[in-house]
Design a protein around this ligand. Structure first.
Ligand SMILES: [Fe+2]
Ligand SMILES: [Fe+2]
Length: 270
């Protein structure tokens, strides 16, 4: 291990305790949104006390994606326009973003990727319970990368630049002695996320069940959407097949389609 690597490892271990708790007020909004009897008036009341979330919701609802050219929508109409799934995306991501205070281009790119995964996961969910699980898991699957950017921004951005994309787990382990899946799992436990979300975060590159396999597939396909003809790597198809069955070509096409449909909407959030 090089001197730089030792320093980076030391930095991660030493700084782990400095990761703050999640903002309790914003988590309350997320919990309200998750509840079975969610009511829009209550959501509006809570959001209206948080200028940053209000601004984000209204920015999206008034973006060209939703085509409300004539009049500027207020908060209530904005909530109705974008729907509670997107409000949930915004609320959970801003809770984590606000906690980590990462505002660099690298963090923005990572959140854009995470939103895309979450929106596609929602669209592929069969039930309300599955939607809640997959949405949260997809939005936070790369939590470990976000934490690397928080704890060791210079070292991690240098890795991203050197790879010209998200660093692989092997390079992360060589540099920090742990990968983003391991670090993400540690932080998700520290923040008391449910076990099934922790499992998606820790297993999204080596699936162990249907949820982690689906997020693995979504992650893999959307990573390839920006760089080449988005055909899935056969190696990935092999690791998800035991959990997702054989109709993988259709699944890949659906993910590509949903990615293309939603890219403009996601970009208008940033
Ligand atoms: Fe990942
Ligand atoms: Fe990812």
């Amino acid at each position: 291990m090089t001197v730089e690597n030792t320093k980076a490892q030391f930095c991660i271990e030493k700084r782990f305790e400095t990761i703050p708790a999640l903002d309790a007020t914003r988590m309350r909004l997320f919990e309200v949104l998750q509840s079975d009897d969610v009511d829009i008036e209550r959501v509006e009341r809570i959001i209206s006390t948080d200028p940053a979330v209000t601004a984000k919701v209204m920015k999206l609802a008034n973006s060209p994606f939703y085509r409300h050219a004539q009049k500027h929508l207020g908060l209530h109409q904005s909530l109705l326009t974008i729907g509670l799934d997107m409000v949930k995306c915004i609320s959970l991501s801003m809770t984590v973003m606000g906690t980590l205070k990462c505002e660099t281009r690298y963090a923005r790119d990572l959140w854009t990727h995470s939103y895309a995964a979450a929106v596609i996961a929602i669209s592929l969910s069969a039930s309300r319970a599955e939607k809640d699980r997959l949405f949260t898991g997809a939005l936070l699957h790369d939590l470990g990368r976000m934490i690397f950017l928080f704890l060791a921004p210079e070292v991690y951005t240098a890795l991203i630049d050197s790879e010209r994309r998200c660093p692989g787990e092997e390079l992360e382990r060589q540099t920090f002695s742990l990968s983003h899946t391991q670090l993400g799992e540690m932080v998700a436990r520290k923040w008391n996320f449910p076990g099934e979300i922790v499992e998606i975060i820790s297993s999204h590159h080596r699936p162990v069940n249907h949820d982690s396999a689906l997020i693995c597939m979504i992650n893999h396909v959307i990573c390839r959407c920006g760089i080449e003809i988005p055909e899935a790597d056969p190696q990935y198809l092999d690791i998800v097949r035991p959990f997702l069955g054989d109709a993988l070509k259709d699944l890949v096409n659906t993910i590509v389609q949903r990615y293309k449909t939603n890219t403009a909407m996601i970009k208008s959030l940033f």
